[in-house]
Design a protein around this ligand. Structure first.
Ligand SMILES: Cc1cc2nc3c(=O)[nH]c(=O)nc-3n(C[C@H](O)[C@H](O)[C@H](O)COP(=O)(O)O)c2cc1C
Length: 208
């Protein structure tokens, strides 16, 4: 098993999604003792932003890149390589302003590469990254279920489902702690339920 573990919360030890993603990774590695785990903390070490400067650096002969350009191209390439090498990806994803953290968006910007994770033809787009197991460890302050009044503001899980579906992974698993800002008791209950759910993921994999 080649497991890629991503965290993106800005709340460090107070983060709910980090605790849930850690529980998922602990369960998966316990069930697969030989697993190789690659960890990326996007808050501590963000992937380079998709920018004109990065695009220009890519257009240069590697020998002509300065140190910053060479580092940014290498970092961006490493994001894609780690993802392509992984068979299981656990992503800690808080909801920020109804969507995902901007650092996670920057990470995704390096995954959407024509010829690597998707292709276009006359038949339309085709995902090339199929076969991976994707697990979201999600946390939200409010409630965004399909029947809630805020459902139309939910651009976090829906965005990730859409993105991974586009690159060939239509089925992803979501472990979710919702309503964590409704009060300490509710937060504790939601966190414990999500950690318990995440802790069972290794058994699902073993049975598969
Ligand atoms: C910058 C910021 C933006 C947030 N935006 C939202 C939001 O739009 N909707 C919501 O329900 N909760 C929002 N929250 C609350 C977080 O989703 C909630 O605290 C969640 O637990 C964050 O995950 P984490 O604990 O792993 O950081 C926001 C929190 C922060 C820090």
């Amino acid at each position: 098993m080649n497991l890629l573990h991503i965290d993106s919360s800005i709340l460090g030890d107070h983060s709910v999604s980090r605790q849930v993603s850690a529980a998922a990774v602990a369960a998966l590695t316990a069930a697969n003792p030989g697993a190789k785990v690659t960890y990326r903390d996007l808050d501590a070490q963000p992937a380079p932003h998709q920018s004109g400067a990065l695009m220009a650096a890519r257009g240069l002969d590697p020998a002509d890149r300065n140190a910053d350009q060479a580092r940014d191209v290498a970092d961006a390439d490493a994001v894609l390589e780690e993802f392509l090498a992984a068979d299981t990806v656990v992503i800690g994803v808080p909801m920020y302003n109804f969507g995902i953290p901007s650092t996670l968006k920057s990470w995704i910007d390096h995954l959407a590469v024509a010829g690597k994770t998707f292709s276009y033809s006359e038949a339309g787009p085709k995902g090339l990254a199929g076969g991976k197991r994707i697990i979201l460890a999600s946390s939200r302050g409010g409630f965004y279920g399909p029947d809630s009044s805020a459902a139309s503001l939910q651009h976090q899980e829906s965005y990730l489902r859409g993105f991974f579906g586009f690159i060939g992974i239509p089925e992803i698993e979501v472990v979710s702690a919702e309503g964590v800002n409704y009060g300490p008791d509710h937060k504790q209950t939601a966190l414990e339920a999500a950690v318990a759910h995440a802790s069972g993921l290794g058994q699902v994999l073993q049975a598969a």
